[in-house]
Ligand binder design. Sequence first.
Ligand code: PEP
Length: 249
Amino acid sequence: MRQQIVAGNWKMNNDMAETEMFLVQLKKQVIPEDVSLMIAPAFTNLNHAFQSVKDHPVTIVAQNMHQSDKGAFTGEVSAAMLKSVGVKTVILGHSERRSIFKEENAVLAEKVNTALIHDMNIIFCVGETLSHRETDDHFNVIEEQLEQSLFHLSQANWKQLIIAYEPVWAIGTGETATPDQAQEMHAFIRKTIAEKYSSNVANKVSILYGGSVKPKNAAEIFSQKDVDGGLIGGASLDVENFMEIANAF
Ligand code: PEP
Protein backbone atom coordinates (compact mmCIF):
# COMPACT_ATOMS: atom_id res chain seq x y z
CA MET A 1 0.00 0.00 0.00
CA ARG A 2 1.21 3.53 -0.78
CA GLN A 3 2.07 5.89 2.04
CA GLN A 4 -0.92 8.07 2.93
CA ILE A 5 0.19 11.60 3.72
CA VAL A 6 -1.38 14.79 5.01
CA ALA A 7 1.04 17.71 4.78
CA GLY A 8 0.33 21.24 5.99
CA ASN A 9 1.91 24.08 4.02
CA TRP A 10 1.80 27.08 6.31
CA LYS A 11 3.20 29.53 3.76
CA MET A 12 4.08 32.89 5.41
CA ASN A 13 1.86 32.28 8.43
CA ASN A 14 2.53 31.52 12.11
CA ASP A 15 5.33 33.20 14.04
CA MET A 16 7.40 31.38 16.66
CA ALA A 17 4.77 31.53 19.44
CA GLU A 18 1.97 30.45 17.08
CA THR A 19 4.10 27.62 15.74
CA GLU A 20 4.77 26.39 19.26
CA MET A 21 1.10 26.72 20.24
CA PHE A 22 0.05 24.61 17.25
CA LEU A 23 2.65 21.93 17.97
CA VAL A 24 1.73 21.75 21.66
CA GLN A 25 -1.90 21.14 20.60
CA LEU A 26 -0.86 18.65 17.92
CA LYS A 27 1.14 16.59 20.42
CA LYS A 28 -2.05 16.09 22.46
CA GLN A 29 -3.88 14.50 19.51
CA VAL A 30 -4.14 10.83 18.64
CA ILE A 31 -2.29 10.47 15.36
CA PRO A 32 -3.73 7.93 12.90
CA GLU A 33 -1.18 5.13 12.60
CA ASP A 34 -1.35 4.68 8.85
CA VAL A 35 -1.08 8.36 7.93
CA SER A 36 2.15 10.27 7.76
CA LEU A 37 1.68 13.85 9.01
CA MET A 38 3.91 16.69 7.87
CA ILE A 39 4.03 20.39 8.67
CA ALA A 40 5.94 23.05 6.74
CA PRO A 41 6.48 26.13 8.94
CA ALA A 42 8.43 29.27 8.00
CA PHE A 43 12.22 28.94 7.74
CA THR A 44 12.67 30.93 10.96
CA ASN A 45 10.75 28.31 12.95
CA LEU A 46 12.10 25.10 11.43
CA ASN A 47 14.75 24.57 14.07
CA HIS A 48 12.36 25.12 16.95
CA ALA A 49 9.63 23.02 15.32
CA PHE A 50 12.03 20.13 14.68
CA GLN A 51 13.19 20.16 18.32
CA SER A 52 9.62 20.45 19.56
CA VAL A 53 8.41 17.29 17.76
CA LYS A 54 11.57 15.22 18.12
CA ASP A 55 9.73 12.39 19.88
CA HIS A 56 6.55 12.74 17.83
CA PRO A 57 5.71 11.16 14.46
CA VAL A 58 5.04 14.46 12.65
CA THR A 59 7.69 15.40 10.06
CA ILE A 60 8.89 18.98 9.77
CA VAL A 61 9.26 20.09 6.17
CA ALA A 62 10.74 23.18 4.46
CA GLN A 63 8.65 25.17 1.99
CA ASN A 64 11.51 25.82 -0.42
CA MET A 65 15.31 25.86 -0.76
CA HIS A 66 17.94 27.23 -3.14
CA GLN A 67 19.58 25.05 -5.76
CA SER A 68 23.15 26.13 -4.85
CA ASP A 69 25.08 24.82 -1.91
CA LYS A 70 26.35 28.22 -0.77
CA GLY A 71 27.32 31.64 -2.01
CA ALA A 72 26.09 35.14 -2.75
CA PHE A 73 22.35 34.48 -2.79
CA THR A 74 20.96 37.02 -0.35
CA GLY A 75 17.86 35.80 1.42
CA GLU A 76 18.16 32.19 0.31
CA VAL A 77 18.54 28.95 2.30
CA SER A 78 20.50 25.85 1.23
CA ALA A 79 19.79 22.15 1.56
CA ALA A 80 22.72 21.77 3.99
CA MET A 81 21.27 24.54 6.18
CA LEU A 82 17.92 22.74 6.29
CA LYS A 83 19.59 19.47 7.17
CA SER A 84 21.66 21.16 9.86
CA VAL A 85 18.41 21.90 11.73
CA GLY A 86 17.06 18.40 11.19
CA VAL A 87 14.87 19.02 8.12
CA LYS A 88 15.08 16.25 5.53
CA THR A 89 12.02 17.00 3.38
CA VAL A 90 11.34 20.03 1.16
CA ILE A 91 8.41 21.26 -0.91
CA LEU A 92 9.54 22.26 -4.41
CA GLY A 93 7.58 23.76 -7.29
CA HIS A 94 4.66 25.15 -5.31
CA SER A 95 2.53 27.28 -7.64
CA GLU A 96 3.26 30.41 -5.57
CA ARG A 97 7.00 29.82 -6.11
CA ARG A 98 6.32 29.30 -9.82
CA SER A 99 4.07 32.34 -10.32
CA ILE A 100 5.28 34.95 -7.80
CA PHE A 101 8.98 34.03 -7.73
CA LYS A 102 9.18 32.97 -11.38
CA GLU A 103 10.60 29.51 -10.71
CA GLU A 104 10.42 27.59 -13.96
CA ASN A 105 10.72 23.89 -14.71
CA ALA A 106 14.47 24.10 -15.42
CA VAL A 107 15.40 25.74 -12.12
CA LEU A 108 13.11 23.35 -10.31
CA ALA A 109 15.03 20.46 -11.90
CA GLU A 110 18.20 21.96 -10.41
CA LYS A 111 16.57 22.24 -7.00
CA VAL A 112 15.42 18.62 -7.24
CA ASN A 113 18.97 17.53 -8.08
CA THR A 114 20.43 19.45 -5.15
CA ALA A 115 17.86 18.06 -2.73
CA LEU A 116 18.65 14.51 -3.86
CA ILE A 117 22.42 15.05 -3.62
CA HIS A 118 21.71 15.97 0.00
CA ASP A 119 19.57 12.85 0.37
CA MET A 120 16.41 14.82 1.04
CA ASN A 121 12.82 13.82 0.34
CA ILE A 122 10.82 16.07 -1.96
CA ILE A 123 7.16 17.01 -2.21
CA PHE A 124 7.10 18.15 -5.82
CA CYS A 125 4.09 20.25 -6.84
CA VAL A 126 2.54 20.34 -10.28
CA GLY A 127 -0.62 22.10 -11.38
CA GLU A 128 -2.35 23.93 -14.19
CA THR A 129 -3.88 27.41 -14.26
CA LEU A 130 -7.56 28.03 -14.97
CA SER A 131 -6.78 29.14 -18.52
CA HIS A 132 -4.86 25.89 -19.16
CA ARG A 133 -7.90 23.94 -18.02
CA GLU A 134 -10.34 26.06 -19.99
CA THR A 135 -8.33 25.55 -23.16
CA ASP A 136 -8.08 21.83 -22.44
CA ASP A 137 -4.32 22.10 -22.08
CA HIS A 138 -4.13 20.81 -18.49
CA PHE A 139 -2.79 17.33 -19.25
CA ASN A 140 -0.04 18.77 -21.49
CA VAL A 141 1.02 21.26 -18.82
CA ILE A 142 1.29 18.62 -16.12
CA GLU A 143 3.17 16.25 -18.43
CA GLU A 144 5.60 19.04 -19.30
CA GLN A 145 6.18 19.91 -15.63
CA LEU A 146 6.95 16.25 -14.85
CA GLU A 147 9.15 15.79 -17.92
CA GLN A 148 11.18 18.97 -17.51
CA SER A 149 11.78 18.80 -13.76
CA LEU A 150 11.71 15.11 -12.86
CA PHE A 151 12.10 12.76 -15.82
CA HIS A 152 15.90 13.01 -15.90
CA LEU A 153 15.96 11.20 -12.53
CA SER A 154 16.84 7.57 -12.02
CA GLN A 155 14.27 4.99 -10.98
CA ALA A 156 15.93 4.82 -7.54
CA ASN A 157 15.48 8.58 -7.02
CA TRP A 158 11.69 8.13 -7.08
CA LYS A 159 11.78 6.55 -3.61
CA GLN A 160 12.41 10.07 -2.33
CA LEU A 161 9.63 11.77 -4.27
CA ILE A 162 6.06 12.62 -3.38
CA ILE A 163 3.97 14.37 -6.04
CA ALA A 164 1.38 16.99 -5.13
CA TYR A 165 -1.20 17.80 -7.80
CA GLU A 166 -2.42 21.31 -7.06
CA PRO A 167 -4.61 22.95 -9.68
CA VAL A 168 -3.69 26.63 -9.36
CA TRP A 169 -7.34 27.70 -9.70
CA ALA A 170 -8.18 25.74 -6.54
CA ILE A 171 -5.40 27.03 -4.26
CA GLY A 172 -6.68 29.38 -1.58
CA THR A 173 -9.81 30.09 -3.63
CA GLY A 174 -12.30 27.89 -1.82
CA GLU A 175 -12.88 26.18 -5.15
CA THR A 176 -11.91 22.50 -5.10
CA ALA A 177 -11.41 20.14 -7.99
CA THR A 178 -14.24 17.63 -7.99
CA PRO A 179 -13.22 14.17 -6.76
CA ASP A 180 -13.56 13.01 -10.39
CA GLN A 181 -11.28 15.78 -11.68
CA ALA A 182 -8.70 14.97 -8.99
CA GLN A 183 -8.85 11.23 -9.73
CA GLU A 184 -8.60 11.83 -13.48
CA MET A 185 -5.43 13.90 -13.12
CA HIS A 186 -3.86 11.64 -10.48
CA ALA A 187 -4.43 8.63 -12.74
CA PHE A 188 -2.90 10.57 -15.64
CA ILE A 189 0.18 11.44 -13.55
CA ARG A 190 0.58 7.81 -12.48
CA LYS A 191 0.20 6.59 -16.07
CA THR A 192 2.76 9.14 -17.29
CA ILE A 193 5.26 7.98 -14.65
CA ALA A 194 4.56 4.33 -15.51
CA GLU A 195 5.22 4.97 -19.20
CA LYS A 196 8.51 6.73 -18.48
CA TYR A 197 9.72 4.38 -15.73
CA SER A 198 7.60 1.36 -14.82
CA SER A 199 4.28 0.58 -13.19
CA ASN A 200 6.26 -0.53 -10.17
CA VAL A 201 7.66 3.00 -9.72
CA ALA A 202 4.31 4.62 -10.53
CA ASN A 203 2.34 2.45 -8.14
CA LYS A 204 4.66 3.24 -5.26
CA VAL A 205 4.73 7.03 -5.52
CA SER A 206 2.28 8.89 -3.29
CA ILE A 207 0.30 11.54 -5.15
CA LEU A 208 -1.32 14.17 -2.94
CA TYR A 209 -4.13 16.51 -3.93
CA GLY A 210 -3.94 20.18 -2.93
CA GLY A 211 -6.39 23.00 -3.44
CA SER A 212 -8.92 24.13 -0.82
CA VAL A 213 -9.05 20.77 0.98
CA LYS A 214 -11.17 21.22 4.12
CA PRO A 215 -12.60 18.83 6.72
CA LYS A 216 -15.90 18.77 4.82
CA ASN A 217 -14.48 17.66 1.45
CA ALA A 218 -11.36 15.68 2.43
CA ALA A 219 -13.01 12.25 2.77
CA GLU A 220 -14.52 12.32 -0.70
CA ILE A 221 -11.28 13.44 -2.33
CA PHE A 222 -9.14 10.96 -0.34
CA SER A 223 -11.48 8.09 -1.25
CA GLN A 224 -10.36 8.31 -4.88
CA LYS A 225 -8.19 5.41 -6.00
CA ASP A 226 -5.12 7.42 -6.99
CA VAL A 227 -5.32 10.11 -4.30
CA ASP A 228 -2.94 9.28 -1.45
CA GLY A 229 -3.57 12.30 0.72
CA GLY A 230 -3.38 16.06 0.63
CA LEU A 231 -1.16 19.10 0.68
CA ILE A 232 -3.18 21.50 2.78
CA GLY A 233 -2.79 25.28 2.96
CA GLY A 234 -5.38 27.32 4.86
CA ALA A 235 -6.99 24.43 6.73
CA SER A 236 -3.64 23.27 8.11
CA LEU A 237 -3.32 26.38 10.28
CA ASP A 238 -5.91 25.08 12.72
CA VAL A 239 -5.11 21.89 14.65
CA GLU A 240 -8.72 20.69 14.74
CA ASN A 241 -9.20 21.12 10.99
CA PHE A 242 -5.82 19.56 10.26
CA MET A 243 -6.61 16.53 12.41
CA GLU A 244 -10.07 16.11 10.88
CA ILE A 245 -8.41 16.03 7.47
CA ALA A 246 -5.77 13.57 8.75
CA ASN A 247 -8.59 11.30 9.89
CA ALA A 248 -10.52 11.54 6.62
CA PHE A 249 -9.10 8.40 4.96
C1 PEP B 1 -1.38 25.06 -0.87
O1 PEP B 1 -0.95 26.17 -0.61
O2 PEP B 1 -0.60 24.17 -1.19
C2 PEP B 1 -2.83 24.85 -0.79
C3 PEP B 1 -3.33 23.76 -1.28
O3 PEP B 1 -3.57 25.86 -0.20
P1 PEP B 1 -5.14 25.81 0.19
O4 PEP B 1 -5.38 24.49 0.87
O5 PEP B 1 -5.33 26.97 1.11
O6 PEP B 1 -5.90 25.92 -1.08
